[in-house]
Design a protein around this ligand. Structure first.
Ligand code: S3P
Length: 173
């Protein structure tokens, strides 16, 4: 199984589903936000506040380029990652499979309160809704789209992703 990149809006479950999916596939899990934060030595929210979004985006792309060397794994990207053409190019050039965890606005809104402080791009709900509408077309460029609304747990969503990947790649053989 090539490296799987989970993409989608803040709150769609990229990290929790990614951890569950990595366990199902028996591969390593990498959280891109965490990696960028480690590389810059500060939490994402602090990087945005002190260094600015451009510094975060540059390091995000560099980290993604370095991940291109991975042979296997599941990578949870950040909510903006897949909306930059260079990042999409890096993922595809590495042979990775981008998977969009598609959640509707009501689901995302229900999941996000309480976590806004950690998410500099969330802002107020109306701005976030507009951002989702602007980003949806780029998420749809993923090779696989898995609707996650109504799935009861990250594990259930991970099973749905594994099944979709199985149809695409023939895994587990
Ligand atoms: C961002 C989403 C965040 C993180 C950063 C920017 C975005 O990731 O990369 O705050 O632009 O949507 P999550 O989707 O994991 O919250």
């Amino acid at each position: 199984m090539p490296v799987v990149y989970l993409v989608g809006f803040m709150g769609c479950g990229k990290t929790s589903v990614g951890e569950a999916l990595a366990a199902i596939l028996g591969v390593h899990f990498v959280d891109l936000d965490r990696l960028v934060s480690e590389r810059l030595g500060a939490p994402v929210v602090e990087v945005f506040a002190r260094l600015g979004e451009a510094v975060f985006r540059r390091e995000e792309t560099r980290a993604l380029a370095d991940l291109g060397r991975l042979a296997q794994g599941v990578v949870a990207t950040g909510g903006g990652t897949f909306c930059f053409e260079e990042n999409r190019r890096l993922i595809l050039a590495s042979g990775g499979i981008p998977v969009y965890l598609e959640a509707t606005w009501p689901t995302l809104l229900a999941r996000l309160p309480g976590k806004q402080a950690e998410r500099p791009k969330f802002g107020d709900p109306e701005a976030a809704r507009a951002l989702l509408a602007a980003r949806e077309p780029c998420y749809r460029l993923a090779r696989v789209v898995v609707p996650v609304d109504g799935l009861p747990s990250p594990r259930a969503a991970a099973v749905a992703v594994a099944q979709a990947l199985g149809r695409l790649t023939g895994w587990p053989g």
